[in-house]
Design a protein around this ligand. Structure first.
Ligand SMILES: Cc1cc2nc3c(=O)[nH]c(=O)nc-3n(C[C@H](O)[C@H](O)[C@H](O)COP(=O)(O)OP(=O)(O)OC[C@H]3O[C@@H](n4cnc5c(N)ncnc54)[C@H](O)[C@@H]3O)c2cc1C
Length: 377
């Protein structure tokens, strides 16, 4: 193995958590490697709305600047299954940016800071020895690193197992995204409920809109994976969604993501640290997975930097990240799943009662939207 294939830190997965951590650690003088199975730019399934809870972090660390030039989103609208709508001010609000643009931008930032980001580098195996880790890639190249971070997203069970995977079982949800040209307010994120799922729409860069939905895998089975029929027969039951489907022009998509679950897995599988969705995946309706990916990178970067500078043992790094995972992330995911279950309750009577509650008591909607967001970091 040649010397330039040896790293202080290897990060498996070049998504939001992996790339932002890479930039932060490279900035502290570490030799950092990111292995990403695909390439940049590319479309990913995501609602592409970033909560302002991560805005300070992104700007302060030079990960994303000029956020003011992106669409600013500060209103929330919820439509129920029958199309009735309720809206409120969104606090602290957020902004829209496509994953096409964001991931490629973060990759560039990580590289400028000195991290090696290898694209088309699917990790096929990991071997651990007393010195560190050897990462095997599909192309046959091997890399060595003293420390390893798992940031391969919501399908991490093969490379980075966790006990929680067995409990969660087969993925119960799937997701679809389009970029649209449509007539819709720039400052609003609208979430539209339908039987077994919800569809969000909000603005991203260049005047485009991201239309993204998440639905129960039962619909895939019932309609043999035919998205057009699912959209017509299931999503189209909500008149608000039907209007979007009929009146908008599709610019990009569909991009799809297959079966997944919403669970807290773990933040540490000693001696590997798990970040972003690898640690746990929060429902998009009631959480901000992108901000949580950035938050986990922020927490891990401080801990790893202290270790690198001889101020902390690796055991204390693990203890610090476990605390974040168990006490913060796990709690947010559990409350997100609870709220999502309420919104998607199968009983029509229950849903109508919830909808009526929001009409009779408008502050409830604001309270719920606030619950989905964490403090700035
Ligand atoms: C339908 C839907 C809508 C969403 N909407 C929103 C939203 O509006 N706002 C929000 O904040 N969050 C949203 N999310 C959540 C958000 O997309 C994720 O939480 C976020 O992308 C997590 O970032 P990450 O870095 O952990 O993972 P990812 O961004 O998924 O990155 C993981 C990376 O690892 C790579 N990888 C995987 N396996 C390997 C391997 N073996 N070798 C090398 N590389 C590998 C992948 O290619 C990928 O690039 C949504 C999610 C879904 C499914």
């Amino acid at each position: 193995m040649t010397a330039d294939q040896r790293y202080d830190i290897a990060i498996a997965g070049g998504g939001l958590a992996g790339l932002s951590l890479a930039k932060l650690l490279a900035g502290e003088g570490m030799r950092v490697l990111v292995l990403e199975k695909d390439n940049y730019p590319r479309h990913k399934v995501c609602g592409e709305y970033i909560s302002n809870e991560s805005r300070d972090f992104l700007e302060r660390n030079g990960l994303l600047t000029k956020i003011d030039e992106l669409p600013q989103i500060n209103r929330f609208e919820l439509s129920f299954h029958d199309g009735k709508k309720r809206s409120c001010q969104l606090e602290p609000g957020g902004f829209g940016i496509s994953r096409w643009k964001l991931d490629a931008h973060l990759c560039e930032k990580a590289r400028q800071q000195g991290a090696d980001v290898n694209e088309n580098a699917l990790i096929t195996g990991i071997e651990e020895d007393s010195e560190g880790f050897v990462l095997n890639t599909k192309s046959g190249q091997n890399f060595f690193a003293k420390r390893l971070i798992g940031a391969t997203g919501r399908y991490s069970h093969r490379l980075f197992p966790s006990k929680a995977d067995q409990i969660a079982g087969k993925g119960k949800w799937f997701g679809v995204k389009y970029h649209l040209e449509c007539d819709f307010p720039e400052d609003t994120i609208q979430i539209n409920l339908f039987d077994g799922g919800y569809a969000g729409i909000s603005r991203i860069e260049d005047g485009k809109y991201c239309f993204c939905y998440l639905a129960s895998a039962k619909w895939l089975k019932k309609y043999s994976g035919d998205l057009e029929r699912i959209e017509q027969n299931v999503l189209g039951q909500n008149p608000v969604i039907k209007k979007h489907l009929v009146e908008s022009k599709v610019l990009e998509g569909p991009v799809t993501t297959a079966r997944f679950n919403f669970i807290y897995r773990t933040a540490v599988q000693s001696p590997v640290l798990y970040l972003g969705d690898t640690a746990g995946f929060i429902p998009p309706l009631t959480g901000n997975g992108m901000s949580l990916a950035f938050r986990s990178a922020a927490v891990a970067a401080d801990l790893i930097t202290d270790h690198f500078n001889g101020k902390k043992s690796w055991e204390s790094v693990e203890t610090g990240l476990t605390k974040y995972g168990d006490q913060y992330l796990g709690r947010r995911i559990r409350s997100g799943v609870f709220l999502q279950n309420l919104a998607l309750h199968p009983s029509t009577f229950f849903r109508q009662t919830l909808a009526t509650g929001m009409f009779v008591f408008p502050p409830l909607l604001k309270k719920l939207s606030k619950k989905a967001t964490g403090k700035n970091f």
